[in-house]
Write a protein that binds this ligand. Structure first.
Ligand SMILES: [Zn+2]
Length: 78
């Protein structure tokens, strides 16, 4: 039976350490923008909501560009 040797785990290189630190940082906030017209005014819509006990709840939330909507186009931004 071959003898098993314990290999010490390699220390990450300085470049790898930087990459790990960058990955751990929170993503910066950015302005939500319509991909079709570049507009920044959005409305939130909900599809498939449930009506129960006199209240609407649940559903799938989507963010739609207002400028495109007024032109008769439905552009889902998020
Ligand atoms: Zn738009």
């Amino acid at each position: 039976m071959p003898r098993l040797k314990l290999v010490p785990s390699a220390e990450p290189s300085p470049a790898e350490k930087v990459r790990q630190r960058v990955r751990a940082m929170p993503k910066p906030a950015s302005v939500l923008q319509c991909t079709r017209c570049g507009g920044r005014e959005m409305i939130e819509t909900k599809t498939g909501m449930l009506f129960k006990d006199g209240k609407a709840s649940g559903g799938t939330k989507q963010i739609v560009c207002v400028a495109c909507l007024m032109k008769g186009e439905r552009v889902v931004v998020l």
